[in-house]
Structure formats: structure tokens, C-alpha cells
Design a protein around this ligand. Sequence first.
Ligand code: ZN
Length: 472
Amino acid sequence: MAYLIDNLRNSGVLICPACGTGPLDAAETGIRCPHCGVLWPARNGVVDFYNRYLECGDGDQGEADARYHAFAAKLIRVLDLPDTPAMADRVGEIISRSLSLKSDNISVSAEINDLEDRFFGNDAAIIQPEPDAAANTSPQIVFERHYFPANAQPGTQLSANIRLRNAGAFPLSSRTAHGIVLAGRWLAAGQPARAAGPSARFPIDLVPGRSISLPVTVEIPDRPGPHVLRIGLAMDGGDEFVGDTLDIPVEARGGPRGILRRLGAAFAPPRPSVAVELCPPNPSYGEDHAFGVDTLKTCLAELGKARYRLLEVGTGTHPQTAWLENCEVVALDISAPMLELGSLYFGDRFAERLAFICADAFAPPFKPGAFDVVVMFSALHHFPEPEAVLQKLSALLAPGGVLAVMCEPVSNTLESACIIRDLLKGINEQVFSLDEYRLIFARAGLTPMRLRLAGASLVALLSLAGPVHSAR
Ligand SMILES: [Zn+2]
């Protein structure tokens, strides 16, 4: 087992996500929990603390081998691995496993299966299949959550997400003749209902059982006072709601930053909020991540410790923090195959300071308070409940620790090629406005110490300081 993983296990940092206890025992093929008996398997230096896969056929191995051979050769070149038949077999096995693993969660499966695009991108034209002939028959949805503030400034416009699940038996599509859209109406006693803003289209057809977070743009009424925003499905161009609706009470009130204040019963009075530093956009994805790492370096210097233990969530193959000095880094991801390739790439050179661990961020296999810093790069928006995952991860922070949310997209539309491509694959793509991110941080009980917006990419350094507010 890799040096750092053994170190974390011996020092009791690693705990069993099934029963929540530690310390754990080394076993020949992984790590065993002496309390509940579960064996967490290890492959290529990565312990799989998720290991919840559905049985799936692996097809014709001969055909698979031929198909994956070229891909494996490409990966070996990109990762600068030894070009030997043994390594080709090893990488081929990782690829083949990556493409065949299925979980009970569509977006988790999609993340694990996405190996090739993660490495080599995908510029192919997006071809959405024709809508199902029975699409939009008897539409039924369940509203899962929303990010509308309870208070808004009269006459302003805001964008907030509505997360809903297709609870019917047929797909929901905005692409049919009278497609289904998500519409909002303002209701007021004695007045006719009126459109709250443009209706939101479904960027992809939503299959039964699947959820999506749709950003909805809403004009806040000019008149101060209480209003009710009713959200529901409608036929495009039609006036009537189809199926269940969601009523959101909103108080329109004056004063600066009125829209940022959520004074609902579940919340204590707002704390003073830190101003956003506006920075020019970074020219590339890579430079944007480097900007995030630089922000983190400054933050570590301010913490003033000699050594740091750092957890990076959603790393895939390349933890952004692997090269930070004076850090022990635990790279966590839901995709064991991605981590295994990372483990092969970083190899023995990093064994003392870098560990790759596969786990669900909602069941992290670490004792509370184990980390000085928990960081994620472009990962938070993939979680269906970002506030809940932040709350879960913040329990891993040592006193005075920092939760760093890096390179999160700030936007109000899902209508972009790469987002639609990921949605079609099953990945949970979401976009949030800056106000929604503030709301998410507050719901997680986290206080922003620093907010930097480079173009449409948000960097947030958060702490547990101050009273903990919970929306749950
Ligand atoms: Zn256990």
C-alpha cells in the first residue's frame, strides 16, 4: 500500500465509511474494517471506499481488448508511463473497468465512464436524439429544492435554480412541437397572474427518474411587499400550468443588497458579507486553475503552520494541489479508474505526500477534524446538494481550517455546448449565480473570508468561524 495511505491508516485518520469507526487494518487486497468486517479493495495504489457497483456484463473481452489498445497507448504517452506490454495490460484493464462500472446513481456512473473525454476532450458535434414520440405525456414532476432568496429588491432581475425530478413515465422535452418549459408567474390578491420572466427550456430531454437544476430568470415586482412566485411546467406559449406547481413567497423590499438577505425562519440574521474582488478572466482553463492554486498558497501562508494536511475533492487523475510545498495531500474522487491512472502517473516520487482515495464525498472515510484545508476545483457544482456536501466536508476541518471552493462557474444558463454534452452523458451539470453561491455557503454554515471572481470563475475561501447556521 502507498506510504501515505498506510500512514493515514496507522494514525487513525482513515475510518470505515460503512460503520464510521477506525482505526482500520491492512489486508492483502485492500483495507479491512475490524469493526464491521468490510474489506475495501485496493487496486493500483488506490483504496476504493465507494465500491458500490451494480453487477454488469463486461462483454466480449477479446473485442474490448482490441478497442482499448489504441486508447491505452495514447494514455501511456500522455502520462509518460513506461511503454511496456505489462503497463499496456494494466492501463487497458483500468480503461475497460472504467467503461463498464455502473452505480445505482446515473451521474456517478457518468463520472466514472467519462475517462476518454476527461483526457482528450470532445469536439464532436452534439447530436441530440429525436424526442421520444410519447414525450410530455401526462407530465409529472417533483420539486427537490430551489435557490430563490426570501427577500429581493423591487424592480431587479435575478436568476435562481429550481431542481426538479421527472416523476412521470415519459421524458420531458422542450424540443417537441409544443414543448414543455418551466414557467414562473407572480400571483397577487385581486390581480391577474403575470409572467415572472422568460420561461426556462430543458437543455436536454429529461428521462423519467432523472433530476435537473434549471436556472430561472425572474423580474422582481416593482411594488414592495409580499408576493408569491408560482413555478411549474407549461406548454411553450401556453398560459396554463401542467401538473404540480411550487409556490415561493418573496418579500420585495428596498435597501442595498436586499436580494442577498435571506431572513427566513431557518436563518439567523445575516452576517456582514465580504466584498467580491473582481479580476480579469484567465485566458485558459489551466491558467484559471493556477490562479486558484496561487490563491490557496497565499491562504496557507496566512495560516502559518509548518505542515498542512490537505484534502482535495474531485481530483480525477490530477490533483491541483499535488505540488504544493509542506503539504500532505489526499486526492479524493468517485472514479477509482481516474485515481488509479493518477497513482501510476505520480508514482513513488510522491508516495510520501500524496494519497489517492476513492470515496463518495457524502461518506468521506476520515475522522472529523483531520484536515487543515479541504479544497475542490470545479467540482462543487456537480453535486446535486452543494450545501449538504459542503456541510459534510466542513466537519473534516481542524479548528481554524479553511474550505476552499475553486474555479466554480458563475452563470445563469445551461445552454452551452460543453454543458449540454455533459448533461447528455448523464453528468449532473449545474450553474449558479454569485448570490446563489453565497446562499449555498450560508446554508452550509460557512463564512466567506475571500471571494474572487475572475471572469465567470469563482474562488471562495470559507471558514467555519462565526455562528453556524443550518438550513437542514
Ligand atoms: Zn466498518
